[in-house]
Design a protein around this ligand. Sequence first.
Ligand SMILES: [Zn+2]
Length: 704
Amino acid sequence: MRRLLVTHALPYANGPLHLGHMLGYIQTDIWARAQRMLGNEVHFVAADDAHGTPIMLAAEKAGKTPEAFIAEIRQGHEADFTDFHFSYDQYHTTHSPENRELAELIYGRLRDRGLIAKRSIQQLYDPEKQMFLPDRYIKGTCPKCGTPDQYGDNCEHCGATYAPTDLIEPRSVMSGATPVLRDSEHYFFELGKSEQLLRDWFAGKYTAGQPVMHASVAAKLKEWLDGGLKDWDISRDAPYFGFPIPDAPGKFFYVWLDAPIGYLASFKALCDRTGLEFDDFLGTDSTAEMHHFIGKDIINFHGLFWPAVLHGADMRVPTALHVNGYLTVNGAKMSKSRGTFIQARTYLDAGINPEFLRYYFATMLSAAPVDVDLDLKAFEERINSHLVGKWVNIASRTAGFAHRHFNGKLAGHFDAAEAGLWQDLLGHYEGIEQLYADGDFSEVTRRFVLMADAVNAYIAAKAPWQLAKDPAREDGLQQVCTLALSAFRLLSGLLKPILPASVASAEQFLAAPIADFDDARRELFGHVVGEFKPLLVRVDPKRIAAMIEASKESLGSDHGAAATATAADTKVATSADKVPVSAPASTHDATGPAAEISIDDFAALDLRIGKVLVCEAVEGSTKLLRFELDAGVLGKRQIFSGIRAAYSEPARLVGRNVVFIANLAARKMRFGVSEGMILSAGSGGADLYLLDADQGAQPGATVR
Ligand SMILES: [Zn+2]
C-alpha cells in the first residue's frame, strides 16, 4: 500500500473560482479518488493562498480587514469545492497558525544552514501611499517603443521586458504619485547552492529512478537550470499582509515563500486532528509520497524553489509534479465580453450538473501538460451522448424488464454469447488501474465509450422488448438483463472517480456497492437489483445559454479586487515583483527553442490581423478549412488552412480575428488559390489553436 500526500495549486484568495481553476483541481480530485479506490492511503489537502499585496489592497478597497476579506473568499471557495464533489481530507488557509509556525521553522533552518543572504536593493517607493511598489503597480511609457500606459515589468505593445526603473515618466497605479527610488534591505534564498540537489532530483535520485514530472516540463526546468539560478528574493517591506520575518522588524515573508508551505500546514492541521504523524510524510527518510498538481504557469516555483527549500530545511523533496495546461472556452481565451469567463458559481447557478464538467475535463486530460478547450457545443453533445445516451441508457433499457419479469432477480450464470461479450468487456477494462495512476483519464473514458457501445449494440440486437412478448424466451430476457446490469456496474466502477455522486446513485439502484476497481469486475449472478430511477438528465442548451448570459452580466463587477479577475490564476504576474529566475518571456515546448534569428529575418514577415468573413469545410478534403478574411487595406484574402480536425464547426469562427502571413507567395491548390497562411499554436491534428487579437485590433493591422 502506498501512502500519498496529494495537493493541488492553492487558489488565491482575492476572487471567486472560475472554470480555468477547476481544470487542475478536478484533475487532482479524480486522481485522489482513483488512488483511494486502488487501496492506497490518500491524504488530499489544499488551502486558500491568502497573503500578498493584491489581497491587502483588495481588502482595503472593499473596506474590510484582510482577515475578514480572506475569510469571505474562503467561504465561497469551499462552497464551490463542496458542490463540485471534492473529496478533501483537509481544506485550510495559508493565514493559519500552522503555516506561520512552519514558515518560521523552515526559514530558521535555511538561515542556520547559510542559505539566506541579506542585500540592499533599490526599489520604487510611493511617497503618498508610503509603500514599496511591486512592478505591476507602476505604469509609465515603454522605454523601447514609447507606448504610454505600460506596466513596470513588460510592454504589452512591443513585448519588451525591463525593470520598472527604466520606465519613462513612471507613476504609482495606486496614488498617481511619481515614485522615488529607495534603498531597502531584502532577504534572499540562495537557490544556486541547490543546483546539484535539483539535478539529482530531476534524475530520479530521490524517487528510485522514477521521473518526477513529464519530460516536456523537465526540459523546460532544465533550460532554466542551465541558464543559471538566481537568488530568490523572499522578503517584502511593510505594509504587507503576511507573516513577519522573525528578528527582522518591518520585513515580511514574500507570499510565494509561505504559499507552498501552506500544503504542509494544511497537512499539519489534518495530522493534529487525526493523529497522523507529520514526520512520517515530511521527514528526509519518509517512504510516503508527496504529489503536487499544478498549472504550467507555476512550474518554476514547484520545480526549482520548492524542492530546494524543502531540502534546505531538512525535509523530503516532492515525489512528483503533475502539470496541467490552460483552459480555453470555445476555442479562445476566456473572455468577459464573450461571456466565456465563467465562474464556478455561475456554472452551478445555471443548473448544470457539476459532474458533467468533471467528465468533460476527464475526456481531455492525460499526463502531458496540454491545454484543454471547453467547447460548449461539444460539451453538450458529449455529455448527452456518453453519459445519458450510452451509460444510463444501459440501465434504463433493461431495469424495467428485470423488475416486471423477475422481481429484480438476475440469472445465476451467463449463456455462451453473454460470457463471450463479458470477456470482451473485461479485456477493455484491463489496465484501468494503471491508466488512472498515470493520469491518463482520456484513455479511461475512451475505453468506457468502447465498452458502453458494445453493450448497447448487444441490447439492440437482442431486442429485449421482443423477448418480453414471448413467455418461452424468458431465459433469454433474463440473460440480457444480467449482462446489461453487470456491465452497467462495471462501467460505474470505471466512472466512479469522475462521477462520484451519480455512481453513488447507481450503486444504490444496483443494491451492490462498488468497493474498488477489482470489485467492479464481479458479475451480478443471482443478485436482486433495486428500483431504477433516472440517474441523469440531458444538458439543456438553454442552461448553457443562460450561463453565458450570466457571465456577461458579471462584466465590470470585479468583486472589489484590485487586480483583474485573471489575477487569481496569475499570482505570478500580479504579486511577483521580480521574476525569480532567468525565465524567458516565451515558453517553448519540449522541442526547445528554435535557432536564433536576426531582427531582419523577423521583419521580413508581413504578419497581419484578418477578420474572418467566411469559414467553411472544403469538400473533398478532410483537413482543410477555407477562410475568407477581411484584411483591411490589403482587401479580401482567401486562405486554406489545415486545421479542420481542431475546429469541427467552422461557421463559429466567423467574426473573430486571426493572425496571418500576408506576404507568403500565393499557392495554387486543388481547391483554389491560397493567399497567405493563418497562424495557429499546437502540435497539429486536433491540437491546434488559432491565435486571436484583443479587441480593438483592426483588420489589416500589422502584427509586430
Ligand atoms: Zn514597448
